[in-house]
Ligand binder design. Structure first.
Ligand code: MN
Length: 197
């Protein structure tokens, strides 16, 4: 079977200027696509061929794991943004963030700080357990909270390919700007539907 890159849920220029059309073109059209293309080649003769990306992530290592996890992480990442710009943190997720991080602002500052502190490439995640307790996970390279049996809710990509064209070395500025395009409705839905993957 072929693993194929889904189409973006918005136009390539929808997130500008926070993420430029050029960055989307490279990040989605080339980097993310390459993870799918590599996976298709690597998995051809593997018993995992035909399994879901999550099943592959849980049962592989090395190049197959890296490409499957990067494919899944990027779809999850791009899905969470909006061109609407009027999305607000509310409901049970707001209550959980205030309980576990003090305030929305406090959470955002800590999340960005953890992202800045990842040495090299990786992802910063907000994850939950089935009871709704939140934590921030710092992951290197392709890692994600699925392997720790935690439920991913939100992620910022700190690989340089995610921001270098728009922000050069300024990872902090890029991460801080992403809140402007975050679709909290999606994050809230992920929180309310939480099940171990
Ligand atoms: Mn990326």
């Amino acid at each position: 079977m072929k693993y194929s890159l889904p189409s973006l849920p918005f136009g390539e220029d929808a997130l500008a200027p926070v993420i430029s059309k050029k960055t989307i073109g490279y990040h989605y059209g080339k980097h993310t696509k390459a993870y799918f293309d590599n996976l298709n080649k690597l998995i051809e003769n593997s018993p995992l061929n035909g399994k879901s990306l999550v099943e592959i992530i849980k049962n592989s290592e090395g190049a197959i794991f890296n490409n499957a996890a990067q494919a899944w992480n990027h779809i999850f990442y791009f899905e969470q943004f909006t061109d609407g710009r009027n999305s607000r943190l509310k409901g049970d997720l707001r209550a959980a963030i205030e309980r576990d991080f003090g305030s929305e602002i406090g959470f955002k500052e800590r999340f960005v700080m953890e992202g800045i502190n990842i040495f090299g490439s990786g992802w910063v995640w907000l994850s939950a357990d089935v009871d709704g307790n939140l934590q921030i996970d710092k992951c290197s390279n392709a890692d994600n909270p699925i392997l720790k049996k935690r439920i991913p809710l939100l992620t910022f990509d700190v690989w340089e390919h995610a921001y270098y064209l728009d922000y050069q070395n300024l990872r902090a500025e890029h991460l801080s700007a992403l809140w402007m395009i975050l679709n909290w409705d999606i994050i809230e839905k992920r929180y309310n539907n939480r099940t171990i993957l």
